[in-house]
Design a binder for this molecule. Sequence first.
Ligand code: SF4
Length: 447
Amino acid sequence: MALSGVEIFKLLPKTNCKKCGFPTCLAFAMALAQGKTELAKCPDVSEESKRVLGEASAPPIRTFFLGTSEKAVKLGGETVLFRHDKKFFNPCVYAVNVKDTLSNDELNEKIEEVLTSEIDRVGQKLRVDAISIEFASGNSSQYESAVKLISQKAPDTAIILNCKDPSAAEVAVRTIADKKPLLYCANEGNTGAMTNIAKTHKIPLGVYAKGLSELSVLTEKIKGMGVEDLVIDSGAEKAKDMLELNTQIRRSALKKNFKPLGYPIINFVLREDPIFETCVAGIAAAKYASIIVLSSIEKWKNLALFTLRQNIYTDPQVPMQVEQKIYKIGEPTVNSPLLITTNFSLTYFMVSGEVENSKVPAYLAVMDCEGLSVLTAWAAGKFTAGKIVQFIKDSGVENQISHRELIIPGQVAILSGAIEDKLEGWKITVGPREANGIPTFLKSRPA
Ligand code: SF4
C-alpha cells in the first residue's frame, strides 16, 4: 500500500538540508507521497529507508522499453485515469500479428507494410511500432526462420514473440535477445519455463490469465521468480469485457496502488472484419491498452488509429506547437517575401501549406506564442507589435533577405502601424485574413 506523507517523513533523515530542492524533509515527503518527486533526489536517505520507501514510491504502473533501437517504445508509466486530470505519457503501441506459416514473400510484404506505415501528422511521426510473430506452424525451426527474417528486414522495429511453447520460444529469443523483444506469453501451464527464458535473456514477459484474480496471482509468482518487466493480458475477448477489465486494472493500479496489476496492458483485438477490428482497437486505445495487436494494417485503418492515439496522448494543457524560427519554404532567395505567424501547430501547417501551394518560395517567421493561434495570441498579449519587432530583430532574418518588408496576418492588421513605427526602415504589409487566401496574395505580387 502507498505510504502517507507523514509515514514517509518518519523514514527521512530530518535534517532539512534542502539538497533535494525542497525547503524541508516534510515538504519533500509530501511531494513524494503525491508522486511529484523521486526518492533518489534525497542523497542522505538510509539503505533501510530506501528499501521500505523504494517499493512504496515506485510508479504505480511499471515503465520499461520494448525494443532497443531509436524506434524503441516506452510502455506503462501512466499516473492518471483521465487525460484531463493531467496527461497520458506513453502512447500505446500498435503491432501487427503475422504467422510464421506465411511464405517468405508474404512475410516480406507484411514487413514492407510496417516499414511504410509511417505518416507525418501535425509535425509528429506516427507509425506501426511493432510486429507480433505468431508461432502457428508448430515447428520451431520454421518459427526461428520467420523471426530471423523479420528482425533482419525490419531491424529497428520492436518485436513481440507470440509463442506459448517454451522450446520454440527459447530458440527464437536466443536469435534476437539483443533486440529486447517481448516474450508473449507466460500462462498457468508454462510459467516456470517462460519466466526462466525471460530472466536469462533479460527481456520483458507477457502474462496471460483468464480473469484478474488469476492474473494477479501469476504476476506475483513471476515477480517472485525475478522478472518484473511484465505486460498483462486479462484474457478478455469481447470488446465489453476488454473495456471493463482494462478499466479495473488501471483503477486497481492507480487508486489502490495494487502492485500485482501495476503493469502495462496488452490487448489482442484480432477480428475477421477489419472495420470491427478498428473499432475494438479504438476502445483499447481509449481505455488503457499499452500494446494493441492487430491482424492487418491497411492505410485507412492506420490513419484512424494513429489520429485517435495522437489525440489521446497529447497534453491537454499544452497546445501543440512548432519551434520558433525562420522556416524556408521552397528555395527562397534574398528577394523572397517574408511572412510571419504564430507557432500553434495547426496555424503553422495551414500557413506553410498554403505558401507551398502558391509555389512562391518564401521565408516564414514562426514566433513562439506558447502554441496559440494568431488571434488568441494577439488577444493574450503574446503577438504584439513590440514582441514581433523584438523577434524579427533577434531572429537574424535581416541577414537572409535584402528587402525590408514583413507580411503580417490580416487578422492583426491593426498592428501594422505600431510595428512600422518600432521597426525602423521596414514596410509592413497586411496579408490575407485566412490562410487559404495566401496563394492568390503571393502570386499577385510583383516578382
Ligand atoms: S535532501 Fe533529504 S535530508 Fe535533505 S531536506 Fe531533502 S529529504 Fe531532507
